[in-house]
Design a protein around this ligand. Sequence first.
Ligand code: FAD
Length: 533
Amino acid sequence: SPSDRHIISNLLPNGEEGEPSSSPSSSSSTGLLPSPESQADELTRYNRDWTGHYHGSSRLILRPKSTVEVSSILRYCHENFIGVVPQGGNTGLCGGATPIQNEIILSLEDMNTIYHIDKHSGILTCDAGVILQNLQDYAANNGRLFPLDIGSKGTCQIGGNVSTNAGGQYLFRFGGLHGTVMGLEVVLPDGRVMQLNMNAVGEEEDDDNGTLEERKTMVCGGTHRKDNTGYDLKHLFIGAEGTLGIITKVAIVCPALPTSKNAALLVCSSYEHVLKVLQTAHEELGEILSAMELMDDNTLQFVQQHGFSGTDGGSRLLQDMLESDSGSDHAISPLYLLVESQGSNSDHDSSKMDNFLTRLLDSNTIQNGFLAYDFKQMNEMWSIRESCNPSVARAGCVYKFDVSIPIEEYMDVASELEKEFAVRLEHCIDLKVCVWGHVADGNAHINVVTPGRFEKDYSLAKGIETIVYDTVLKRSGSISAEHGLGQSKNEALGRIKEKNVLDVMVQIKALFDPHGIMNPGKFLPRALRRDSQ
Ligand code: FAD
């Protein structure tokens, strides 16, 4: 209808494959409808997830610019039983932001104002659609460290991060979002707006409501580190994956920016040696240890073979690392560790890193090690780690798992999986298990790849999933450490949560979303949901 025209003309064009852009649409300024072909391309981008495994058929993308607009949309959808899929940067890895059918996609990308960072408390307040990288830069420019860092930072949004309870490499040091998020503004499915330890701001309703700076100040008041006034409802929305409402603003506490940083890449000949490195890091680096990332050999071989996109320096480093193992006679493939420290006294921190590396070399715990001399080299080291996801995705079809397991059994799981696949999936002998992840947290990203074959095989997927879950659950692990449930793991919830817990989850969902419009078909097992479509 003519009134839809404005909304449809706001569709965002020409995203890169799997990397949604956040720049505003050129067509939106013309007010004209894009051609049917370009509309179709635009719709495809929002309807497909980063892995390429999930596709929806939504025909309507809404990009509200304010909380009031989000509220009006949800109220309308609630009254008319219309399903809504909230979408941030669309980098989620379990299909949570992809419609099951033709639900409306509500993208937060046009709500991207950073309001303020309080110089005393370090609390930063922003809209939910701000891209993580922009928050990191803004915090750094204000002498603060944004307490979240993940490989998709150039595209993912803080609202998506909070909704998936994203973890990342610095959770070990700076804590998770349940600890750092101080306040939220959320819109409930019936359109009501809730301020949770945060002030309302009137800018959406009244353009004459002060200058932008004044309005920015208003939104930031009222957020406290301590607030014991009743149930802390914001925690329900952290990790709710858009099933209870839409997060529109976030307040998050940022620690002081560390002024000294050191990083090293280490090569170990066995997982026992990795455990020794971890123990030594705790003892020698102690409070300045900020990240410990593990990558296995299968993964780094793929990174090398499938277009490592870092600098030449990064490529040389990768090559040197992979070659440092050649000639050794041990049967087990090497494992690679990226260890980083962050602190506030460079002499003290460098001497700690030196002691740490000396102990490892003297005790033959590592086969080889590379110490970064400057920030450029540190970035090169991180670019190798951040290439794991995209490089493995270029190698073939990837069956992705994100699990928590006891740290001492981290790599046992990988070798057990290889054996189980060989026995239980006889027809599929070319599976490669790639493991990387946040080893200090016991969080492993297990990626099962069919090299050169890109088509998803659904029966193989089921077989792999059963074996991975059996292997993880027998160790009392978690089948979703930091990526969430979406539509890839929700059905398994019945297997891992006790009935009383599931019952309460279903009651919470019904309380917040009685018409079942929010993110239908996700999160809870389908049999327990009462969704609108
Ligand atoms: P989306 O994918 O758009 O949405 C994710 C979920 O949140 C969906 O269910 C959606 O409906 C909901 N949602 C989004 N915005 C809102 C909102 N404002 N209100 C309510 N619900 C909302 N994850 C990690 O935890 N750690 C990592 O180290 C990590 N590394 C990654 C590396 C790469 C290369 C990639 C592609 C992904 C990685 N991820 C990682 C996964 C992903 O980036 C995170 O899950 C991220 O938090 C998703 O944010 P997003 O803005 O892209 O959300």
